[in-house]
Design a protein around this ligand. Structure first.
Ligand code: FEO
Ligand code: CA
Ligand code: CA
Ligand code: CA
Length: 587
């Protein structure tokens, strides 16, 4: 079996890789290359990586930890801008002599905070070499959780819910946190979702807003205050007892402009606040901007934002479109038994419209800050952890990865399995193929898992001819409309290293899942970026070696195996490129 993605991109699927294997696995005819690694210089003049001499000052100039979202934006002159999210940190793999989080020094904590955020780095090609390399340039920039100021935009600006002692006007925020997936805009900027931001704050049952406790589980079921990640030792804003509103300033979609190193990054409150997996952009038939967004927690929801204004002909300077518009949440319907009904209809229910709240008893600002409560109030459909959601540029359908949900007690509409270990993919067809529509139909092209299990489904494609796939997370498309799905959780669910899979969604090959690569033990596959014309697939290898008992000097992975990291793995952005020109695999 082999895939013909386009005339320039075929491959023979790789065999599933056991979860203990410390290797980066690619198909025959391809090789791979780490473009940039944790600790590599980003800002011109940054110090070289030194595991034994990390500091917050160095880290703020170097590539952060745990790269997730990835964009490679060509600049038209043989260079490109690489943009990556840095979702979180693994101190046991970062700090020599690590004991536990509570024992970290203030400087070590500050270094961890600095390792969160985003990076922009210019990359270039050299002669006939197919590989991309980072270059020191004025575009090199770190957005860190330690020091970068973000400006708030939209209806919540200045509201009392976002005022703090250090920003009494409620207009700006230091840092971005837990940046997971994202998207890019027609005007050249990058959007990034702030996801599991609760972990950084020490909850206080007395001081914390009960609406946040309910929304994010800031306070445990036992009603006790959490410890957070001890960041409050560095900065009191991470202690809810001291700064109860700081938490409300995280959980947004942020926007950065990689092409303008002096630009001020933004947090867009019109898009709502929840555990944003990502944010991907489409354009409605009438040129309004549409942003699809998943909220990655069990029984949370799928959203879309539709701008008030319309995209101009030049496709430039569209950032204002993200500051005013309507926020919708999805309700799925089906007629039959939800365990067996793999298609149905749905509607987008407005939470905000024309600058007003559509939720009884909640103000506009409350809907945007406590969006989960608003969604539940209007009867949105609880989903099995909505991760990445993205519209195909070729067939116009929208694909959402529901990664898994151990907490689902019974099959629900568009979520057919209780104790959903393996996840599924939802395909949404907007009415009239218009991203601005308020109704849709839906189907489940993939119900993931071990293909020998009768509960799996691959759009009718023979199960004995597909690659095993579990816990779909990020989705992207190649220029021919092929869907690429990266996974997060295969090791714990089907015993395999996480992977990147290719699956056609149209034609006779619909449902034919084929594994393209596998990441090393402990890692998840993130940020797939497929450039057929470039002949390259780019992935972010996140948390390699994140396995039980792993530590600096006792690693279970030494990825990327280039001699730079024999003592600990380094999360890296990897380019997979073709080594055999012309001839495609056959048969
Ligand atoms: Fe950060 Fe939902 O993955
Ligand atoms: Ca993810
Ligand atoms: Ca994506
Ligand atoms: Ca995930």
């Amino acid at each position: 079996a082999w895939a013909q993605v386009s005339d320039t991109f075929g491959f023979a699927p790789v065999a599933p890789v056991e979860r203990t294997v410390d290797a980066f696995t690619v198909p025959d005819g391809f090789d791979w290359h780490p473009i940039i690694r944790w600790g590599d210089p980003v800002v011109a003049g940054a110090p070289a990586f030194d595991l034994d001499d990390q500091s917050a000052e160095a880290q703020e100039q170097q590539f952060g930890y745990n790269n997730d979202y990835l964009a490679i934006l060509p600049q038209g002159d043989g260079t490109a801008l690489l943009v990556a999210n840095h979702e979180y940190t693994n101190e046991n793999l970062m700090v020599p002599g690590f004991v536990d989080e509570e024992s970290l020094t203030v400087e070590q904590l500050r270094t961890s905070i600095a390792a969160h955020g985003m990076s922009v780095v210019q990359v270039e090609r050299r002669g006939d070499d197919p590989r991309w390399y980072p270059v020191a340039s004025p575009f090199g920039r770190r957005f860190s959780a330690l020091s970068t100021r973000f400006r708030l935009t939209g209806p919540v600006v200045g509201h009392e819910l976002v005022r703090t002692s250090t920003n009494p006007r409620g207009t700006s925020v230091i840092g971005t946190l837990n940046n997971c997936a994202g998207g890019h805009t027609p005007w050249g900027t990058v959007l990034s979702g702030e996801e599991n931001v609760d972990q950084y704050f020490r909850g206080d049952p007395a001081a914390a807003d009960p609406r946040n406790n309910e929304m994010y589980g800031l306070v445990g079921d036992d009603g006790e205050a959490g410890t957070g990640r001890y960041w409050w030792k560095v900065d009191p804003r991470f202690d809810m007892a001291q700064e109860p509103n700081e938490f409300n300033r995280f959980g947004w979609v942020v926007e950065i402009d990689p092409t303008d190193p002096s630009s001020v990054p933004l947090k867009h409150t019109a898009l709502g606040r929840f555990k944003h997996e990502g944010a991907t952009v489409a354009v409605a038939a009438d040129r309004r901007l549409v942003v699809y967004m998943g909220d990655d927690q069990a029984n949370q929801h799928l959203y879309k934002f539709v701008s008030k204004g319309k995209l101009g002909g030049s496709l430039r300077n569209g950032s204002f479109l993200l500051q005013q518009g309507d926020l919708y949440v999805a309700r799925f319907s089906a007629e039959g038994d939800p365990a067996a009904d793999y298609d149905g209809t749905g509607e987008w229910i407005p939470l905000t419209k024309g600058g007003r709240s559509m939720v009884p008893g909640m103000s506009l600002e409350e809907v945007l800050v406590f969006t989960r409560l608003a969604a539940a109030a209007v009867g949105a459909t609880p989903m099995d952890r909505p991760e990445d959601v993205e519209r195909s540029p070729v067939n116009g359908k929208v694909y959402m990865a529901c990664t898994n949900s151990s907490s689902r007690q019974a099959p629900g509409v568009a979520n057919p399995r209780s104790k959903n270990r393996w996840g599924h993919v939802v395909e949404i067809t907007e009415a009239g193929d218009d991203a601005g529509a308020t109704t849709f139909t839906w189907a489940l092209p993939l119900v993931c898992g071990d293909p020998t299990d009768p509960s799996t489904y691959f759009a009718g494609y023979p199960a004995d001819q597909v690659s095993p796939i579990s816990c779909p997370d990020n989705v992207t498309f190649d220029s021919a409309g092929g869907l690429w799905i990266s996974t997060d959780g295969q090791p714990g669910s089907i015993g395999l290293n996480d992977a990147l899979h290719y699956v056609p969604v149209d034609g006779p090959e619909r449902g034919h899942v084929q594994q393209f690569l596998a990441v090393p033990t402990g890692a998840e596959t993130c940020g797939p970026w497929v450039d057929v014309e470039d002949g390259s697939v780019f992935v972010a290898v996140q948390h390699p070696g994140e396995t039980e008992g792993a530590a600096v000097d006792v690693p279970t992975s030494t990825f990327p195996y280039d001699g730079s990291s024999s003592r600990t793995p380094r999360p890296s952005v990897v380019q997979v490129y073709r080594t055999t020109a012309g001839a495609m695999p056959q048969g």
